[in-house]
Write a protein that binds this ligand. Structure first.
Ligand code: HEM
Length: 166
């Protein structure tokens, strides 16, 4: 487990706010995912070159992951190894730790657009805490890969295949 993981990274109130605000938009995840990538590439066009998958499919993958995380926020500790592995894979995708800040901005902007007035400053802060929890674990995994303390995942077409290859 990454040593810097803080099991109290999110308060129960923040967890509740994230879950309740995500519920009405969860079924629209592909569309929101697509808008998210449009915003991300607007913020940093250089990032578009890292992706092989079409934004529409990539958006679906990202938001299925966020959907899973939102539904299981109460079990953050059990989620850490899954998110850590996701971070190891991101090292192989050519993502730098700075890119996580751009990603956060794109995520919060997209959620703000989707939720409108429901996206109060309190809801925004709760989402920022949820994102920071994921990003912290992923960045740590990437640092470990860089320092040779853990193996990067080989880039493969499917994460399931990557698991099988290990
Ligand atoms: C909390 C943050 C993030 C989450 C939850 C996330 C989630 C995902 C997921 C679920 C995939 C599908 C493949 C896999 O499972 O390995 C993926 C792929 C990818 N992600 Fe992320 N990601 C995050 C941050 C970032 C950041 C900061 C970047 C930088 C631009 C990035 C760039 C990529 C790239 C390049 C791929 C490969 C997709 C392709 O080749 O088309 N991700 N991400």
């Amino acid at each position: 487990m990454p040593p810097n993981f803080d099991p109290h990274a999110m308060t129960p109130n923040e967890i509740g706010l994230v879950k309740r605000s995500f519920a009405p938009i969860a079924s629209d995840s592909r569309q929101i995912g697509f808008r998210f990538y449009r915003r991300l590439f607007e913020l940093d066009p250089r990032l578009e070159g890292l992706f092989r998958t079409a934004p529409r499919d990539q958006g679906g993958a990202l938001f299925s992951m966020i959907d899973l995380i939102v539904r299981t926020l109460d079990y953050q500790e059990q989620l850490v190894p899954i998110i850590y592995d996701l971070g190891r894979r991101h090292a192989a995708y050519g993502v730098t730790t700075e890119d996580y800040d751009t990603f956060r901005t794109a995520l919060l902007d997209t959620l703000g657009e989707a939720l409108g007035p429901e996206f109060t400053p309190e809801v925004r802060d709760a989402w920022a805490a949820a994102y920071n929890f994921m990003a912290q674990v992923m960045e740590e995994a990437q640092e470990h890969v860089k320092a040779g303390r853990t193996l990067p995942y080989r880039r493969a077409s499917s994460p399931i295949q990557e698991e099988a290859d290990q």
